[in-house]
Design a protein around this ligand. Structure first.
Ligand SMILES: Nc1ncnc2c1ncn2[C@@H]1O[C@H](COP(=O)(O)OP(=O)(O)OP(=O)(O)O)[C@@H](O)[C@H]1O
Ligand SMILES: Cc1ncc(COP(=O)(O)O)c(N)n1
Length: 271
């Protein structure tokens, strides 16, 4: 049976991030994608022009519909808006026993718009982290979750360990925002007993809208196929780098990545 994979997140009308990026990624990785929409955003490559949260009842109903009919092989969360919605999503995930769970703790869009209320972040730690198999913060998100500033690799590991102490089984701390390293985009996977670094060439491009969403969806798809965490992250990182390298350069701001280059059969995309 084809793995059935779920994203619980906000939409991006521009198609580069959020639910749209997640479903495109699932499709390209040969898993069956489903979605629970938490909010609709009016968004393009220039920024976020509007955020319209769905009623909690609509979110819970979507989860119930899926639980009634499908066997979820893996799931991820993205933009969850506020404490009330984070609690509803976490309690649905517990109620239906869905796992493995990848939490992308989306906080702020590139242009600075808040996608999750700042006061709701402790609800992510309290309610979502204990059921997360992996959380994928970027550096600013890890700084908020771990309540410390991050400047060095030692800081990265320490922050990840603090987040594990809040209940997550593993942390992938993404280095896309690490401007001190112009050559490499380095991410750090920390579990209770291991630290593994993943490194790729940094591509000199403004077109990185949706990289975080796409990476967490790739990991979710690989885990749904039964791959272990390290293997899933390794594949995801490789494919994401290729998708950034082939970004279609559309829109007038930070453009999306090339989701079609995530397909198995496009060896031609590898340089
Ligand atoms: N210019 C780049 N070249 C190669 N890889 C990159 C680049 N920018 C980001 N990445 C990679 O993309 C993934 C997402 O990283 P990032 O830290 O940017 O997450 P994010 O902030 O959630 O995403 P976004 O910046 O889209 O909001 C990571 O694997 C990171 O290393
Ligand atoms: C609906 C939605 N969800 C998430 C993001 C963050 O995107 P990124 O993957 O670039 O961090 C976004 N801009 N919009």
């Amino acid at each position: 049976m084809i793995p059935q994979v779920l994203t619980i997140a906000g939409t991006d009308s521009g198609g580069g991030a959020g639910v749209q990026a997640d479903l495109k990624t699932f499709e390209e990785r040969n898993v069956f994608g489903m979605s629970v929409v938490v909010a609709v955003t009016a968004q393009n490559t220039k920024g976020v022009q509007g955020v319209y949260p769905l009623p909690v009842e609509a979110i819970v109903r979507q989860m119930e519909s899926l639980a009634d009919d499908f066997t979820i092989s893996a799931l991820k969360t993205g933009m969850l808006v506020d404490a009330e919605r984070i609690e509803a999503v976490a309690s649905g995930i517990r109620r239906f026993g869905w796992h493995p769970l990848v939490v992308d703790p989306v906080m702020v869009a590139k242009g600075g718009a808040h996608l999750v209320a700042p006061e709701a972040i402790e609800t992510i730690s309290r309610k979502l982290l204990p059921v997360a198999d992996l959380i994928t913060p970027n550096t600013p998100e890890a700084e908020v979750l771990a309540e410390m500033s991050i400047r060095s690799d030692a800081d990265r590991e320490q922050a990840a360990r603090k987040i594990i102490n809040q209940g997550a089984k593993a942390v992938l701390l993404k280095g896309g925002h690490d401007e001190a390293n112009p050559e490499k985009a380095r991410d750090c996977l920390v579990t209770k007993d291991r630290t593994i670094w993943f490194e790729a060439d940094r591509i000199n491009t403004p077109h990185t809208h949706g990289t975080g969403c796409t990476l967490s969806s790739l990991i979710t798809a690989e885990m749904a196929k039964g791959h272990d965490l390290e293997e899933s992250v390794r594949t995801a990182k490789h494919l994401l780098t290729r998708a950034i390298a082939h970004a279609p350069e559309i829109g007038h701001g930070h453009g999306p990545v090339a989701h079609w280059s995530l397909r198995e059969d496009v060896a031609a995309y590898d340089k």
